[in-house]
Design a protein around this ligand. Structure first.
Ligand code: NAD
Length: 454
């Protein structure tokens, strides 16, 4: 992939973006997104065979614009050096942390939110003054072409260069000597990216997936929990990295929970087979993958929430009552509209269940008791913790977003994104008059005494 290397070399030879260029670029990007909202929604809709327009407006357009505007609002302050106290023994020297662009940053995106997961990291990379190479997912081709046209039009290909192509191109992209890679995708491919990046010691931010659990505390209103779980699980038909993956529930409350979810689902998606707000599965391969997760599960354990699907890629939403924990359904991230409900008699059992497994990207807790909240907060480790709602933690620019362990490494959004895309360079300013001679050879007896005292 010779031309990728040449493109990168050329971009590396160009200076970083000035503050004025960053601001002007982000403003043009926001304007272009607003002008082309419908084209963006149409491209994603075509890629998915059907994607809810409301979901696209919220998760792709609104969230991208929010992230861009947040960067625009705080950019000037973030770029200023942050003065630090110097150690008094080195008085009157000065210290500061000076943010500096990394150079040329690579962004690799998945297909599930194919627009936002390019735009949100891009906003951070541009705000921090970098030039950027982007590799959108090869699964959502129409969106990838739209992104390419948009970013080349808004920034010019010297500032943001979009590379489209298949997995081979993605592999070559991750082998480039980039100054940083922000990768969003599966844990499995994340390992490949990190291995490839290691060749050039390219630092990585890995935004990965995993199985995000839901814990419902004893006494928490099941209808309230169900309403929020339904919107989190079936938004984008479950094809969301932070979708609730499975629910832990006291077996005594399970029947009531199943009924509450069914009711809430019917309210959210009336006339399901014709409801335009229910998104399709992105392609046949993923549809077949989801169908195969249900293949070996006895039919009496599968509770369909609707009549059978009448369209090829509209996957019938269902609950699975206490699946075998060794089944593929419980061994892999589901990433689709299937919800396992697992019996777990109390908080101790919930904690043990979660802590025996890979660290999740997010954990959802429904509870009004501070003691339960405190225990989950301190005794589990997840990329983020959301209490009494689902998904909306992603939309908070004030909260860093990222995983931990198998669910990822590093984070972005808001100021954390700016920092991830910057070298936060420590700078030390020695003053003309100082006492450092006391700590230099030759170490006389007097200096020896001073060192003892220090
Ligand atoms: P994926 O890992 O298959 O693909 C992601 C990117 O990696 C794509 O751009 C693809 O071109 C590239 N890629 C694929 N194979 C590659 C290889 N062998 N070498 C180099 N690059 C390769 O993920 P996906 O199926 O597009 O997305 C779904 C996954 O992404 C889920 O696991 C989901 O949880 C995760 N995800 C995480 C976040 C987050 O913010 N943490 C957000 C969305 C999705």
């Amino acid at each position: 992939m010779m031309h990728l290397n040449q493109t990168l070399e050329h971009m590396k030879s160009l200076p970083p973006l000035t503050l004025a260029e960053r601001k002007a670029g982000l403003k043009r990007l926001a304007q272009d997104i607003k002008t082309n909202q419908q084209a963006i929604a149409d491209a994603i809709n075509a890629d998915f065979s059907h994607r809810s327009q409301h979901e696209t407006r919220l998760a792709e357009i609104m969230l991208s614009l929010d992230e861009i505007h947040h960067n625009l609002k705080h950019l000037r302050r973030w770029t200023q050096p942050v003065v630090q106290h110097s150690n008094w023994k080195f008085y009157p020297s000065k210290c500061a942390i000076v943010p500096q662009p990394l150079g040329v940053v690579g962004i690799m995106a998945p297909w599930n939110y194919p627009f936002n997961l390019v735009m949100a990291p891009l906003a951070a990379a541009i705000a921090a003054g970098n030039r950027v190479m982007v590799k959108p997912s090869e699964i959502t081709t129409q969106t990838a072409e739209l992104i390419k046209d948009m970013l080349h039009r808004v920034f010019g290909a010297d500032v943001v260069h979009v590379v489209t192509g298949d997995v081979e191109v993605a592999a070559a992209f991750s082998q480039l000597p980039l100054d940083h890679i922000l990768f969003t995708g599966s844990t499995q491919v994340g390992k490949i990216i990190m291995r490839n990046a290691a060749e050039h010691l390219t630092p990585v931010t890995l935004e990965l997936g995993g199985k995000s659990p839901v814990v419902i505390d004893a006494g928490y209103d099941l209808n309230r929990a169900a309403r929020s779980i339904v919107s989190g699980k079936w938004f984008n038909a479950g094809q969301t990295c932070i979708a609730p993956d499975y629910i832990l529930i006291d077996p005594k409350r399970k029947t009531a929970l199943l009924a509450a979810i069914k009711t809430q689902f019917e309210q959210a998606y009336p006339d399901w087979n014709n409801n335009p707000d229910y998104t399709h599965i992105v392609n046949d391969q993923h549809h077949n993958r989801l169908a195969s997760l249900l293949q070996d599960i006895p039919s009496e354990q599968v509770i369909h929430l609707t009549a059978d699907s009448e369209q090829d890629r509209r996957f019938t939403p269902c609950l699975v009552n206490d699946p075998d924990l060794d089944s593929p359904l419980m061994q892999n991230e589901i990433f689709g509209p299937i919800m396992p409900i697992i019996s777990s008699p109390n908080l101790e059992a919930d904690l043990a269940f979660i802590n025996q497994r890979a660290r999740p990207l997010t954990l959802y807790l429904f509870s009004n008791r501070s003691s339960t909240i405190e225990r989950i907060k301190t005794q589990t480790t997840s990329g983020s913790l959301a209490i009494n709602d689902t998904l909306v933690q992603f939309a908070q620019e004030g909260l860093a977003f990222g995983g931990v362990g198998a669910s990822g490494m590093g984070s972005y959004h808001g100021h954390e994104g700016f920092k991830a895309m910057s070298h936060m360079k420590p700078v030390y300013y020695q003053s003309r008059l100082n006492f450092n001679g006391l700590a230099r050879a030759p170490f006389t007896r007097l200096k020896d005494k001073i060192i003892n005292w220090l």
